[in-house]
Design a protein around this ligand. Structure first.
Ligand SMILES: [Zn+2]
Length: 221
């Protein structure tokens, strides 16, 4: 915890001051364009990997970047999605999985979930991912299998996302775009799902210089 306390001091003395204008603006309200749904994994930092500032991303995180399909009893995830779309009017939703995901490993090896009954229950929201892997990926093993699971799971969760009324409505109006990403811990690359080819392909920045000049390193890092 000492690391956190020292970080808070450094943030207040070295970061907040120089960006006072931004934080003053944000104190009045938020209008993020993007909802970012990703795993709780400590190795993923959405603002860092996208080099965005506070106020840019409306973030939802849980084990396995899962979006339970909409139902009458929907709670946390559904409420965040509804608020992002109806309250904040975000224009994009990114579901971002990652290589080496512990939740995906749990899907592949249900025995490992025995000491984690709540996680086991939660991962039922990814049953389709589990089925797809069993049916189509018997030839893969190890890290390649986990990454393929993360990819398939992103697609399954995008389908779940489409069951939410707020998402359906905005897709019908063509005022919302869904994106499926997988972040590779080993290289820092992000792979984007391209529906036309049915493949995840590396996302390449078009104007890296612009992106850099927008976000001071200290703020993002
Ligand atoms: Zn994960």
């Amino acid at each position: 915890m000492q690391k956190l306390i020292e970080g808070l001091h450094r943030f207040q003395s070295e970061v907040f001051g120089p960006h006072r204008e931004l934080f003053a603006k944000l104190a009045k309200g938020q209008s993020p364009e993007v909802m970012f749904i990703t795993c709780s994994d400590s190795r993923i930092n959405p603002a860092l990997i996208t080099q965005t500032r506070p106020g840019d991303l409306f973030v939802l995180r849980n084990a396995g970047n899962i979006v339970p399909a909409y139902s009458q009893g929907s709670q946390g995830e559904a409420a965040s999605i509804e608020f992002a779309l109806v309250g904040l009017k975000v224009q994009h939703i990114v579901v971002c999985g990652h290589s080496g995901c512990g939740a995906m490993k749990g899907l592949l090896d249900p025995k490992a979930l025995e000491p984690l009954p709540v996680m086991k229950e939660w991962l039922k929201n990814a049953q389709n991912t589990q089925r797809i892997m069993k049916e189509n990926y018997q030839h893969l093993h190890g890290d390649a299998l986990v990454t393929a699971t993360a990819e398939e799971n992103v697609l399954v969760q995008l389908e779940n996302l489409r069951t939410h009324p707020a998402v359906r409505e905005r897709l019908d109006n063509r005022t919302l775009t869904l994106h499926g990403w997988v972040y590779k811990l080993e290289t820092g690359q992000v792979f984007n799902y391209e529906p036309v080819s049915g493949q995840f392909v590396p996302l390449v920045a078009q104007k890296p210089q612009d992106a850099e000049s927008r976000t001071p390193e200290r703020l993002a890092g």
